[in-house]
Design a binder for this molecule. Structure first.
Ligand code: MLC
Ligand code: AMP
Length: 496
């Protein structure tokens, strides 16, 4: 694996900084080879066995991920913020044979293990396991990772990428954004999605740079790390920039000055995963002096379009195709549209994923003539792309997370008081969109938002849970009896 080979070269350079300490590339190689040996036990090669892992952001996460890869397994990251049913879904759908957990999460994972024939490993035991002389040769065409992403179906789908896909996704970004071993990125993103896994973490380690990992995002902590003067790179979703702006706004004039000055030490700040409002772009520029580099991507393809590192970054636009990525825009009949006409973004290239895990139908439907159909609508003007929206109303982007309205509806329908419901995304200055639920209650029942949310927190990741709710007598439907979701969006908009 090229990533591992390159790490050998960087030896004593610092690879990871986390809340426990600082770790060199040599230490990362050593720990990951022990994890690999532990996973393998008496086997020669895991031969693409799925290894799910529930490990907070930091050195142990990376040592586990690399260990799985080096043993020939498929790495299946699980969010440390997931409630039990979401963890169970990932473990069952991926048919994980082994689950690696940080000791802090042992108790949480215990109920999952009980009824299943799965091997449980603690990161601490795996990292201190005895080394072995030989690890398997892992060909680039082999499956490397399954990342779960919501779509137009109720349950999330497992996106399978090979080592070659990951390498292509990384190499294009390393060259486009000028990564070097002198870079030092502040990593604040979740590690069960590509923005955090590929763009921030793997690009850093591919380049011999330092990745400083916070266990989770905190505006105060990010500003304090900027003020350390060591950070050269930062990547985040628009909601994070909004939160950083709000923190800056609440500071004293002297603090504001120091905070703003600290940004001059960074060479690049990137935004993506959701549309960056022009107002946020401008506000961040006046605070930090940085013109945010906005790019567009997706779990299935890695990054596809990007504003330039050097040259003009246009607010409201996501730039041009990245090196090695082919883009076309097509109309509903599958014909390529002319410049200036909106069309669906379709993508080809070595970074495009292999398949949806155990779902050949979904994989087949996702491609037209070898092009991956993103479901996003865009416009091209002078070679530069602008994202206009999505084909499906059932996909919501909130805080940079993709949420399927259908998945949330399915869970809400299981509530004993709910007769029917419809979930929509409603525009919001801070979150991009908010998950909102219109609900019809069963006769004689009452329900408020707080009790709905605490009920849902046991079943869904917090970002999927509606943060606004309207109780209706009936859902608006068309002549065919289909729920008219745009009308529901209007109801939320007029009700403030
Ligand atoms: C959390 N809250 C929300 C919410 N998320 N409310 C509305 N909408 C949401 N989406 C609420 C919580 O319930 C809680 O309220 C309060 O906000 C604080 O929650 P939190 O979890 O502590 O929030 P915070 O840590 O500040 O999280 C915000 C965030 C996070 C922006 C840091 O959402 C995040 O890390 N987003 C990044 C997602 C990402 O990496 N996406 C990339 C996907 S890959 P209460 O009342 O319960 O206290 C991809 C491809 C590509 O998209 O192109 O990159
Ligand atoms: P995910 O499925 O979580 O990987 O999210 C991918 C989706 O995020 C894309 O299909 C887009 O809808 C959205 N997205 C990513 N980057 C941008 C961007 N810069 N502007 C608008 N939407 C974006």
């Amino acid at each position: 694996m090229e990533l591992i080979k390159r790490a050998g070269k960087y030896g004593e350079r610092v690879a990871i900084l986390d809340n426990q300490g600082s770790y060199t590339y040599r230490e990362l190689l050593d720990a990951s080879s022990r994890v690999a040996a532990c996973l393998l036990g008496g086997l020669e090669d895991l031969c693409e066995a799925r290894v799910a892992f529930l490990v907070p952001s930091g050195f142990q996460y990376v040592a586990t991920q690399w260990g799985i890869w080096r043993a020939g397994g498929i790495a299946v990251p699980i969010s440390v913020f997931y409630p039990l049913p979401e963890i169970e879904y990932v473990v069952d759908n991926s048919e994980a044979q082994i689950v690696v957990v940080h000791p802090d999460f042992k108790e949480r994972i215990q109920p999952v293990m009980r009824s299943r024939n799965i091997r449980l490993l603690l990161t601490t035991d795996a990292i201190s396991y005895k080394k072995r002389s030989l690890l398997p040769q892992v060909e680039p065409s082999r499956r490397a990772m399954i990342v779960y992403t919501s779509g137009t179906t109720s349950k999330p789908k497992g996106v399978v990428t090979t080592h070659k896909n990951i390498e292509a996704q990384v190499v294009t970004l390393v060259s486009a954004w000028g990564w070097t071993e002198d870079d030092h990125i502040l990593h604040v993103l979740p590690l069960h999605h590509v923005h955090g896994i590929i763009n921030a973490l793997t690009c850093a380690l591919w380049s011999g740079a330092t990745c400083e990992m916070l266990p989770r995002f905190s505006a105060a902590e990010v500003w304090s790390r900027f003020m350390s003067g060591r950070i050269t790179l930062f990547m985040a979703v628009p909601t994070i920039y909004e939160k950083l702006i709000a923190f800056w706004d609440s500071a004293s004039p002297e603090e504001k000055k120091k905070m703003s000055e600290s940004c001059s030490k960074l060479r690049l700040m990137v935004s993506g995963s959701a549309p960056l409002p022009v107002s946020t772009f401008n506000r961040w520029k006046s605070i930090s002096g940085h013109m945010l580099l906005e790019r567009y991507g997706m779990t299935e393809i890695g990054m596809a379009l990007s504003n330039p590192l050097y040259g003009k970054r246009i607010p409201g636009y996501v730039g041009r195709p990245l090196p090695g990525v082919k883009i076309r825009l097509v109309d509903d009949d599958g014909k390529e549209v002319r410049e200036g006409t909106p069309g669906e973004i379709q993508v080809r290239g070595p970074g495009v994923f292999l398949e949806y895990w155990k779902d050949p139908d979904a994989t087949q439907k996702a491609f037209k003539d070898g092009w991956f159909c993103t479901g996003d609508i865009a416009l091209e003007e002078n070679g530069v792309y602008r994202i206009l929206g999505r084909k499906s109303v059932d996909i919501i982007k909130t805080g940079g997370y993709k949420v399927s309205a259908l998945e949330v509806e399915d869970v809400l329908r299981a509530h004993p008081f709910i007769k029917e419901c419809a979930v929509v995304g409603v525009r919001d200055a801070q979150w991009g969109e908010r998950v909102c639920a219109a609900i019809v209650l069963k006769e004689g029942c009452t329900l408020d938002l707080d009790s709905l949310r605490s009920w849902a927190k046991e079943r869904l990741a917090v970002y999927k849970i509606p943060s606004r709710m309207l109780v209706l007598k009936e859902l608006p439907r068309n002549a065919m009896g289909k729920v008219v979701k745009p009308d529901i969006v209007t109801l939320f908009t007029v009700s403030g």
